[in-house]
Design a protein around this ligand. Structure first.
Ligand code: PCA
Length: 202
């Protein structure tokens, strides 16, 4: 099984992104799966384009995009991507679409096709706080999750796809002590446990 795991560059004034650090630290093989990685820019068009380029190059059986969700306190596996861009802050190119569809006339939403419950169970079994989330937001992460699902639905419907949000790293909350964080090792253990479940699933 070939799994593409993507992370994002820093955005919103941060100097790092936990998903970028995580993707860099992933083992190249998890269970029976080969892990391929890509780092995406935090822009509506560029982020999705980079993900689709990696998909075309690798031809993965599953795509797991990972992003930062500042303020969350657990690894959260997203259930759904909605067909809306409504950016509360500009992306890294200064674009800030408000209340516009990602794909004109596209389905309202795509459900993740990852084994959500089993992955969360695997993460918790590894000792990592984890949960299903019912909203990936309306920013670049949701845009990429929706765009990847839309692409695969047309061109490779057998491939699974979904999104996982992870909390801030401890060094990101030194100046925001009211926000939760998760050390890279713990997040890595959680994502690895989730990918083990995915690798073993049919
Ligand atoms: N998190 C943002 C975009 C990039 C990232 O890591 C989001 O949740 O949309």
């Amino acid at each position: 099984m070939e799994i593409l795991v993507t992370g994002f560059e820093p955005f919103g004034g941060e100097t790092t992104n936990p998903s970028m650090e995580l993707v860099k630290a992933l083992e190249p093989q998890i269970g029976e799966a080969h892990i391929h990685t890509a780092i995406l820019p935090v822009t509506a068009s560029g982020g999705l384009q980079a993900a689709l380029q990696a998909i075309e190059k690798i031809g993965p059986d599953a795509v797991v995009c990972v992003g930062q969700a500042g303020g969350r306190c657990a690894v959260t596996v997203e259930r759904v991507a909605v067909n809306v861009d409504d950016f509360s802050i500009p992306d890294n190119e200064g674009q800030q679409p408000r209340n516009v569809p990602i794909v004109e006339g596209g389905p309202d939403a795509y459900l993740s096709t990852l084994p959500l419950e089993k992955m969360v169970e695997g993460m918790r079994g590894a000792g990592v706080p984890a949960a299903i989330s019912n909203s990936a937001g309306t920013y670049v992460c949701n845009h990429v999750m929706y765009g990847v699902a839309h692409y695969l639905a047309q061109y490779k419907p057998t491939a699974k796809s979904g999104f996982i949000h992870i909390p801030y790293l401890p060094q990101q909350v030194l100046d925001k002590p009211d926000k939760p964080s998760m050390g890279l090792e713990l997040a890595l253990r959680g994502i690895t446990a989730g990918l083990e479940v995915l690798a073993a699933s049919k």
